[in-house]
Ligand binder design. Structure first.
Ligand code: G4P
Length: 527
């Protein structure tokens, strides 16, 4: 018999969906939740309406631009497996949030629009997955529309991603002639029933293989013939599905379907349950943390403020990496070396959040706090661990932020401090004139930041361009030399939200010249 923790761990699948905007990520998410029973069919439309109303004003940025800036976690069960789906913002702007979220998953679903194939954002996100060895299942969506030839799509995935591709299901027709899929892993004919609309119904017919007469009974002769021809070709040119190769990130199985019609979603979900990895060991500076270890470890990968407008709290999204976490546990916060009692850990189910009593490796718990938990922070039962791979980004664009009301400068400072801790942007305060400079990696982050300050802190602000070129954190082993450097360069110095010194360069020459003249000082683009 398996030990209890082992049993819980093996039943968990923690994953994200990566997609180019408009490929159908939101739709697929909803359908997965529907299968998981996390939302009801009748309630879905209503929930949508409610959610729209409940959205705070700053989310207008999302609505206006048709993007999802805030991401969240959704937990649901299906066939005895607990799925933790981490939502990644899908807009085209470079997003730090997305990259951090991908540090907390064990696998990913890549959604492609069947008419478009691999698009720019898909490729970027894929590269992040590749760096982290995250295995990928591909879902080709919108088969109910005119799409690219499926063989062409498979070629494209193989060429652009440089990995082996093999179909898990194969489409029969497309657009108006889309009849369903042949499930190559189970030898089943899954027929698409247009009349069912959004209902959970596709007719599944078990076949004894491709020669089965049932295929001829259910499909028009030309489509039955084409299916047999296609599959013969696939078997000749595609490698058979190999789980090990998939788990190693070398092969992606492809499912075809139509999320909006709820077609192919169940097969996809079964595929994740069957093949996707359960929580994997996590790297730390000194050792690998095995998910089955008895002691609890976890790291914070995301901070979100004001999820509930009634509470001005912040939630630290924490991935449990090992152990059996229990509510009320006292954990060691390695950055501050203090103990923390986790009184009210939350888990997230579609639109709800609930207090949890237990959590295991792969689970994401939300820890309400007032700013003591930060991105990258580690919680353990005493060991001083540091998980690796939570990316930090150099701010590439710098703008000055000012309040329209000069009397509210202190207020602005508080807001910026909180948002900096949340990881929304880097915030610097110049030493000479106490100006606030905001540093981001994608221009859209400016809009999000300004909008949040306006709506959440009720502070009208504007952003102004600066002539600053870049920011570098400065360190030195020699405290005297560091002090001397800070004094000599006071006009170009700022402090970040932790009070650490940052050199603000006016141009490349200014940076290089200063570095040349101060060999005892280390300059870093990230902290
Ligand atoms: P995203 O989160 O990846 O950006 O995509 P989203 O799910 O919002 O889907 C983008 C559009 O594609 C939506 O249409 C959605 O209904 C449509 N869509 C999703 N899956 C399918 C599919 O299987 N077949 C077809 N034909 N369309 C699909 P929209 O017009 O932008 O929004 P809506 O008014 O339909 O909600």
């Amino acid at each position: 018999m398996m030990a209890p923790v082992e049993n819980f761990v093996s039943r968990r699948r923690t994953f994200a969906i990566i997609a180019h905007p408009d490929a159908g990520k939101t739709t697929l998410t909803e359908k997965l939740l529907l299968f998981g029973g996390a939302i009801q069919l009748a309630g879905m439309v209503k929930a949508r309406g409610d959610r729209r109303r409940a959205r705070s004003d700053w989310m207008k940025v999302e609505q206006e631009r048709g993007i999802s800036v805030a991401s969240s976690v959704m937990t649901f069960d299906f066939n005895d497996i607990t799925y933790n789906l981490l939502d990644t913002p899908g807009h085209e702007d470079f997003s730090e949030d997305t990259y951090r979220t991908l540090t907390a998953v064990d696998s990913a679903i890549m959604v492609l629009d069947a008419a478009k194939g691999i698009e720019s954002q898909t490729l970027k996100l894929f590269e992040v997955c590749r760096l982290r060895n995250i295995p990928i299942i591909t879902f080709v969506n919108k088969m109910d529309r005119e799409s690219l030839d499926p063989f062409e799509l498979m070629d494209e995935v193989e060429d652009k991603l440089q990995m082996e591709v093999t179909p898990a299901s194969w489409p029969i027709g497309m657009g108006r002639d889309f009849k369903g899929c042949y499930d190559l892993l189970k030898d089943e004919l899954v027929l698409f029933d247009r009349s069912k609309g959004e209902a959970l119904s596709a007719t599944t017919i078990t076949c004894s293989g491709l020669d089965d007469q049932l295929i001829d009974e259910k499909l028009p002769p030309d489509q039955a013939a084409k299916l047999r021809e296609d599959i013969e070709m696939i078997r000749a040119i595609c490698p058979p599905f190999d789980v090990e190769s998939y788990l190693g990130g070398h092969m992606t199985p492809v499912f075809f379907g139509s999320a909006v019609n709820n077609f192919g979603v169940r097969e996809l979900l079964q595929g994740i349950g069957q093949f996707a990895p359960s929580p994997r060991p996590q790297k730390t500076v000194d050792r690998l943390v095995d998910p089955h270890e008895e002691k609890v470890t976890g790291f914070v990968f995301k901070i979100q403020a004001n999820m509930d407008p009634k509470h001005r709290d912040r939630i630290a999204f924490t991935r449990i990496c090992s152990g059996d976490f229990k509510r009320g546990m006292k954990l060691f916060h390695t950055r501050t070396e203090k103990q923390m009692v986790i009184h009210s850990p939350l888990m997230f189910f579609a639109q709800d959040r609930e207090m949890v009593e237990d959590a295991y490796a792969g689970d994401i718990i939300g820890i309400p706090n007032h700013g003591n938990l930060r991105i990258g922070d580690v919680l353990t039962e005493g060991e001083k661990l540091k998980f690796t791979g939570i990316p930090s980004f150099a701010p590439e664009y710098l703008q000055r932020i000012v309040s329209d009301d000069p009397l509210k400068a202190k207020h602005l400072g508080n807001a910026l401090q909180q948002l900096a801790e949340e990881g929304v942007a880097r915030v610097f305060k110049t030493l000479l004139d106490n100006a606030w400079i905001v540093g981001v990696v994608g221009m859209l982050q400016f809009d999000v930041l300004a909008d949040r300050i306006r709506t959440e802190y009720n502070l009208p602000v504007k952003l102004e361009p600066t002539s600053l070129y870049t920011a570098r954190w400065v360190f030195s082993d020699d405290a005297t030399k560091l002090k001397l450097f800070l004094d000599n360069n006071r006009g170009a110095m700022a402090i970040d939200h932790d009070g650490d010194p940052v050199f603000m360069a006016r141009n490349a020459w200014h940076l290089n010249d200063t570095m040349d003249k101060n060999p005892a000082i280390k300059f870093t683009a990230t902290k």
